[in-house]
Design a protein around this ligand. Structure first.
Ligand code: ZN
Length: 253
């Protein structure tokens, strides 16, 4: 038997219409990622694949009340362009595109929309822009990068490198080993922090993230508009708030 469906594109229009008119669908998730270099060992799909994985797991947890939009797979990755194969779009293009997806969902009558982001380069622009998205659509649109929801205690206890999310390092590599090991090319790992990754760590960080993001969606369904602050856990301490993540400088390694 086919497993539970959660992606909007997997329903027929009749099925979707019936679910809406019955009041079944109460929230939608919009996964946002990138197609960008992820060091030598992770596939360029990582950010998009991880955001989609999180959104799917959360929607399955809350099935049938939550559906998932198709993943935005190309984002703002100017800082990774020195590595060929990376694709990027301008910030305005990205924000307009994500807005149009959210507005389409709102026009279908779904009032709660959570953007489930998987790319650090989107934290600043999305966390600011959701305010405008809400004003223009009157829908309850919230931003969350799926790693924003850890406590410092959890992040530092789970990651030996004391870095979360980092880039293609312990956290993302562990996530990949647990969620889609076929996308982790372990023999090609060169980054010393990536070598600390294990599938077991990945399962632990995913379990917490699915719990917390599910809670966030349930709060939205209950009428709240949670304010999620961008987070980055680093060896020197945790950075909280969009001001720490301005447009990122070019990356050459
Ligand atoms: Zn990444």
């Amino acid at each position: 038997m086919r497993e539970k469906r959660v992606f909007i594109q997997d329903f027929t229009r009749k099925e979707f219409r019936d679910l809406l008119s019955a009041g079944t669908i109460q929230a939608a998730l919009v996964p946002t990622g990138t197609t960008e270099q992820h060091e030598e060992h992770l596939e360029m799909a990582h950010d998009a694949a991880s955001a989609e994985y999180m959104a799917r797991e959360v929607a399955l947890r809350l099935h049938p009340r939550v559906v998932v939009a198709p993943t935005v797979t190309v984002g703002v990755s100017e800082h990774h362009m020195p590595h060929k194969g990376t694709l990027t779009v301008r910030v305005g293009t990205f924000l307009d595109y994500v807005f149009d997806i959210c507005e389409s969902i709102a026009r279908a009558g779904i009032r709660n929309i959570l953007i489930v982001n998987g790319h650090g380069g989107h934290m600043n622009c999305l966390s600011h822009e959701v305010v405008r998205y809400r004003q223009l659509t009157r829908a309850n649109i919230v931003y969350c990068s799926y790693w924003d929801i850890y406590t410092s205690e959890e992040a530092y206890a789970l990651m030996e490198s004391k870095r979360l999310p980092g880039h293609a390092q312990e956290y993302e590599t562990s996530f990949g080993l647990a969620a889609f090991p076929e996308r982790v090319h372990w023999d090609a790992v060169t980054d010393p922090e990536a070598k600390l990754a294990t599938a077991e760590k990945g399962r632990k960080v995913i379990a917490i993230a699915v719990d917390r993001v599910s809670d966030l969606v349930q709060r939205m369904i209950a009428g709240e508009t949670p304010q999620v602050q961008p987070h980055s856990f680093r060896p020197a301490g945790v950075l909280v708030g969009p001001q720490h993540f301005p447009y990122q400088s070019p990356r050459t390694v």
